[in-house]
Design a binder for this molecule. Structure first.
Ligand SMILES: Nc1nc2c(ncn2[C@@H]2O[C@H](COP(=O)(O)OP(=O)(O)OP(=O)(O)O)[C@@H](O)[C@H]2O)c(=O)[nH]1
Ligand SMILES: [Mg+2]
Length: 371
């Protein structure tokens, strides 16, 4: 069994950091079998040359890419050069303390397929971050947890410091845009167990940050691309189709009850339509909620429809509650748009329906059919 750990380190103009990095890694990893792979995107400050000069003393490979840029794609390219079965990814700028690497190796030894050095568990943190950067980071994680359910197992799916077994990415096609390679691996890779180990993301002392607004927009594109590739976008479309079928059930049943089953139509006030018509409507609404629930349970969320009869009824209750609040949201927004803002009702109501539908989808995805 090959026990080598391959440490992939993407670099772009990190000349002033890599010597210290290699020295600290070598100290932290004495007694371990390991190799370091620098993937450099043709830095102009001599990073690759310095890395090559360190090869005489340390187990280092240097890959230089002359026609490409990008952190995540650098990691993917490096994968075809690794000789170890366990692969670590980390930054070159010492923000990922090399002393944490043995803890990541331990995670794999304890049976994890993926080990994440996490800022957002007990004992972890971010040094010197402004309130805004903290909020952006938390918001990015929230978005991933909301839209990409497989990431919910991990508190810090945005971490750039992690380990994984080579098998996790075997026969997969990784295609990340931007910075977030762990996100790609969590969504596309094959794994069972993840262990997180805490670390503090320290301040960069040398060299410059390459994280910019463009990377943050790339992140949104990456989430959308993952939603498409993993079927999460299709799930949303299915939910909408099921919702459409619910409208037909709702309307159709009201028609049957009031025309053929003895209920009085709502507009027939003189012969008791107010009570009987509303009752027919309430029965129709609840029936459509139940048919929507069944279709979503066995179609839209068929892959997450686990557990016995109690879970089933628990979900039905959740679904009812969320749809009820969704209805109130629709009424609230429609009132706000028309009465307070003076918007034409036939424009206001579709807007309110879209918002309520998003609410229904996201909440049910998050809670009723929790992954
Ligand atoms: N090969 C390669 N490496 C890159 C590229 N962009 C960034 N890196 C490396 O990826 C790591 C992380 O980049 P940073 O700029 O430090 O990003 P960050 O740590 O998220 O942001 P800061 O906290 O501002 O430093 C560093 O080792 C960079 O040298 C790139 O386009 N190609
Ligand atoms: Mg950095």
């Amino acid at each position: 069994m090959n026990k080598t750990t391959s440490i992939i380190i993407p670099t772009f103009n990190e000349h002033d950091n890599i010597k210290t990095l290699v020295q600290r890694l070598s100290k932290a990893l004495s007694g371990y079998e390991y190799e370091i792979l620098f993937v450099d995107d043709n830095s102009s400050d001599g990073t690759a040359e310095l890395a090559e000069s360190l090869q005489t003393e340390y187990p280092i490979k240097v890959i230089v890419r002359r026609d490409k840029r990008g952190l995540a794609s650098a990691v993917v390219d490096a994968l075809s050069h690794v000789s170890g079965n366990n692969i670590i990814v980390m930054d070159a700028d010492l923000q990922h303390p090399p002393e944490v690497v043995p803890n990541l190796i331990k995670a794999v030894e304890q049976g994890a397929d993926i080990g994440v050095a996490s800022r957002y568990i007990e004992g972890g943190g971010c040094q010197g971050w402004s309130f805004t950067r903290r909020m952006i980071s938390r918001g990015a994680i929230f978005l991933a947890h909301l839209l990409l359910p497989a990431t919910r197992k991990v508190n810090d799916p945005m971490s750039g410091f992690f380990i994984f077994k080579k098998n996790v990415v075997k026969d997969t096609h990784l295609n990340p845009a931007g910075f977030k390679i762990l996100l790609e691996i969590l969504m596309i890779g094959k794994f069972q167990k993840v262990i997180e180990t805490p670390f503090t993301f320290v301040i960069r002392e040398k060299g410059e940050s390459k994280l910019n607004t463009r990377q943050q927009i790339n992140y949104l594109k990456h989430i959308y691309s993952l939603m498409q590739r993993t079927g999460e976008f299709l799930r949303f479309i299915k939910f909408i189709l099921v919702g459409g079928s619910g409208v037909l059930v709702n309307y159709g049943l009201y028609w049957i009850l009031t025309r053929f089953a003895g209920f009085t139509p709502l507009d027939d006030a003189s012969s008791g339509g107010i009570i009987s018509g509303n009752l027919a409507m309430a029965i129709s609404i609840e029936t459509s909620i139940i048919t929507n629930f069944l279709l979503n349970n066995f179609f839209t969320f068929a892959d997450r429809n686990t557990g016995g009869i109690f879970r089933f009824f628990g979900r039905l209750l959740n679904f009812n509650l969320i749809c009820l609040i969704g209805g109130l949201i629709q009424i609230g927004i429609a009132n706000l748009l028309t009465i307070t803002l003076g918007i034409y009702d036939l424009i206001a109501i579709p807007i309110a329906i879209i918002i309520a539908t998003l609410w229904n989808y996201l909440l049910n995805n998050w809670w009723t059919w929790r992954h």
